[in-house]
Structure formats: structure tokens, C-alpha cells
Design a protein around this ligand. Sequence first.
Ligand code: XMP
Length: 325
Amino acid sequence: TWTMVNIVDEAVAAVRAQVGSGRLICGLSGGVDSAVAAALVHRAVGDALTCVFVDHGLLREGEAEQVEREFVASTGVELVHVKAADRFAGALAGVSEPEQKRKIIGREFIRVFEEAARELEARAEAEGATIDHLVQGTLYPDVIESGSATAAKIKSHHNVGGLPDDLQFGLIEPLRSLFKDEVRRLGEELGLPEEIVWRQPFPGPGLAVRIIGEVTPERLDVVRAADAVVRDEIRRAGLDREIWQVFAVLLADVRSVGVQGDERTYGHPIVLRAVTSEDAMTADWARLPYNLLERISNRIVNEVPQVNRVVYDITSKPPGTIEWE
Ligand code: XMP
């Protein structure tokens, strides 16, 4: 019979058969796919695996801590946490154009990952070992999608790839035949934290594409704070698994007049985006209850001083995209 336990055992056996005695590295993004792939491979090879978490400073509130603490606690994986927020902020300074942001983030990501991989390789060599494999959380739909490449053309999604020739590893992709819901069940079976297993899709370039305009550390703080309110209220309403994606977008170059107490304000708008979808190819704006919209709006303008207006995006995809950039 087909059960998750069998799936775990089979996948573990398959990884063992593939890797031999060398060491492995895995890039963690904070998302479910790389976390499940890493946890599975760790079951198979234990300490031969080292995970590299490139923290680009563009994650949502609490996400880096989730990887650093809960993921590590639940798996026992060895984690290298590269704190690269300043480096990414520097590279993004002065850039507003969305594809340019993606290119810069993708490029820096590869460079930082490469540096970490080289250090691990040097360590392995000193211990008489080699790193032979790179673990990736590729899913079945990714395999199909890269065949057509349409989505990649519309928006240049970034994955770890493009490493230099002297840093080529064999690929281990233990989730290649699975769909997202199977990966989530596998994650639960492996004992991963619920916040990671049930995390909504989140773009690789992170909050950088949710700031319309130049990305600065101050703007990141604003959109992160607004986003934390949104996610908290959606969770309290019990809607986080029903809604495909829900998030805040900061219109950083727009200001509007408001009033708070006796004071005139001149602040930024936050766009609330919430969609239902099956696969992100099409999406419908979510009919969130008015009282929930009201709570989100009140809390954002009260808790995030730079924001004085909240608007709700009622555009479906197509013609809108889920993200604003
Ligand atoms: P759009 O905005 O094109 O998004 O409707 C479709 C899905 O893809 C996610 N997305 C990205 N994921 N890198 C990623 O890894 C990206 O650059 C990127 N852009 C969009 C988006 O969140 C949605 O789930």
C-alpha cells in the first residue's frame, strides 16, 4: 500500500543509493520544498549533509529565525547561516526596475552561495573528504515548467544554478516526482514545523518585489511590519490554508494625504493582495470578509507609522499577476 512512511523509506533508500560516501550541500530558502528535501536527505545520510541558508534580508518577519531555530531543532541538520542582508541592500541601492532587481538578487545569491560552498569544500578537503552532491527541492511541476520555460520568460525566477565549472556537483532532487501537497505531507511525516510545512508560496526575490520602487532597509522594515499584521490577522481568521497567497505591497514612491488625531499626515499606501488559486497560473482575488479587511486596515495604519492608507487589490489573474512586480 502507498503510505507516507513507505514514501519516506523509499526516498531515503533512493538517496542512499545515489550518493555513495561523499558529502552533500543543500541551499535552504526558508520554503517548504528545500526544507523537505534537506530533511529527507538528512535522514538518508546524516552528517554528510550541510545546509546553507543565504539570508538576503528580504524574508518576512520571523522566517530566518524559523530556519535557524525550528528547522534545525526538528531535524538536527548542520546549518551554515550566511547573513548577507547588508550585501544585498548595497547591491540593490538605486534600483527600481523589477527585472533588474531580480537579476541582481539572483546574481548575488549565486555568489554568496558559491563562497559558502567553497569554504565547505576546503573544510571537507582538510578532512580528506569531498563534496559531491547538491540537493535541490525541485518538484514535479518545476520539471514540467522548465520544459516550457514560459513562466521563466515572463519573470526570471531564480534558483541555484549557474555555479562555476570548478564547483559542479551531482544533483540530488528527491522530490522530483512529487506535487506540493505530497511534499507537505512528507514534511509533516518528517516532523518539520507547521510554519514551514504550510508556508504559502513566496518569491525567491522576497520582499524586494513587494516594494514598488527602490529597495531600502527602511522600506523593508515598513513592508515587513505591514505584512506581519496581514499574516497574523489571516491566521487568526483561520484562512491561511484557504488563501493561496496573501501579502502587503508598499507603494514606496506614492504618498497621499491623511489625518490622524489633529495632524495632517503625508504617508505611503499599502496594497493588500489576497488571492485564491490552484497553481498560480490563474488566480482570483479573495472575497475576504469586510470585518477582517477592517481589522487589517486599522492595525496597519495604527502600527506602522509610515502608512496612512490601505487599499485592496481586486484584480484577478489574468490580467493582473499575483505579485505587483
Ligand atoms: P505572478 O506574479 O507571475 O506569480 O502571478 C506567480 C507565482 O510565482 C511567484 N513568483 C516568483 N517566485 N521568483 C520566485 O521564486 C520570482 O521572481 C517570482 N515572481 C513571482 C509568485 O509569488 C506566485 O506564487
